[in-house]
Design a protein around this ligand. Structure first.
Ligand code: AMP
Ligand code: MN
Ligand code: MN
Ligand code: MN
Length: 275
């Protein structure tokens, strides 16, 4: 069975609609797909219908934005009931903070001479509340401030750069509570991306596990072979399961296409073993 448990549609910052994502996954041999839009479950009804037609299994998911100490981390909710009120209300709360943050990003870019960024980013938004740094990145490329989306992040949209605005997302406890209330599992997404040293990473993993977290995303386009091995070892050591996901955002914007993932390393417990 081929699993891909992390991807995005136009309900957040992806380029394909939920049904296009599902059809593409099916055509590429994915058997079990989780759609995990940022802070949003609104694409899942369309995705489920498309999955029935395409003959693949859809796992209801979301990727929650979470503040942990000074860091923004992402926690995937997998196999949730998207209608559970605690989860739905929590996601609504995170989403509702995005517009104010985006206006501040626009102001901070204006201060370094990039005019009209908020309005420019808005033109790329495909789901009203879901304005993200990705939409700013697309605008900044269009306006000639960078060649490619990934250059925009290193120059403008990451901590220490003009255009980065700190933001209070959900806290870890709340995010885990919402996910578990909705019957799902909580997966620490792409841990290799967080800019922390090994001792802080171990504190994060211990806290995540102690507060009820279920799994680590071991396979991710953000991870090198060494990072995969490191987090597979952490999964075993902390008693956490392991997950896998392409984090696909659309043609031309992603390192991995849907389903483009090797098998999980030996010795880890796949997150789907507990479903
Ligand atoms: P936000 O939720 O608004 O903070 O935006 C986060 C999104 O920006 C991520 O989900 C990615 O899609 C995108 N992103 C973050 N860092 C990078 C990067 N270095 N290169 C390309 N895309 C990135
Ligand atoms: Mn994204
Ligand atoms: Mn993420
Ligand atoms: Mn993602």
């Amino acid at each position: 069975m081929r699993y891909d448990l992390h991807c995005h549609s136009t309900r957040s910052d992806g380029l394909l609609t939920p049904s296009e994502v599902v059809r593409r996954a099916a055509a590429r041999g994915v058997d079990v797909l989780a759609l995990t839009d940022h802070d949003e479950v609104g694409g899942l009804d369309e995705a489920r219908e498309a999955a029935v037609d395409a003959g693949i299994e859809l796992v209801c998911g979301s990727e929650l934005s979470v503040s942990w100490e000074q860091l923004t981390i992402h926690v995937l909710a997998l196999n949730v009931d998207p209608r559970h009120p605690e989860l739905a209300d929590g996601l609504e709360r995170i989403r509702s903070g995005r517009d104010g943050r985006a206006r501040l990003i626009g102001e901070s870019l204006a201060a370094v001479g990039v005019q009209g960024a908020y309005e420019g980013a808005r033109r790329y938004v495909t789901s009203d509340q879901l304005i993200s740094r990705t939409h700013f990145a697309r605008f900044l490329v269009e306006a000639g401030h960078a060649q490619e989306v990934k250059d925009v992040f290193s120059r403008y949209l990451t901590p220490g750069r003009p255009g980065y605005v700190p933001h209070a997302w959900a806290d870890l406890d709340e995010a885990l509570r919402w996910i578990h209330a909705a019957g799902g599992q909580a997966v620490l997404a792409h841990p290799g991306r967080y800019k922390v040293g090994e001792s802080d990473m171990q504190r994060l993993l211990a806290e995540f596990r102690d507060r009820g977290g279920d799994a680590i995303e071991v396979l991710s386009p953000s991870h090198t072979a060494a990072t995969v091995a490191r987090f597979a070892a952490h999964a075993r050591a902390y008693g956490l399961a392991a997950s896998t996901g392409s984090d696909y955002h659309g043609p031309g914007e992603s390192r991995l296409d849907l389903g483009d993932l090797p098998p999980l390393p030996a010795g880890v417990v796949p997150v789907w073993d507990r479903w």
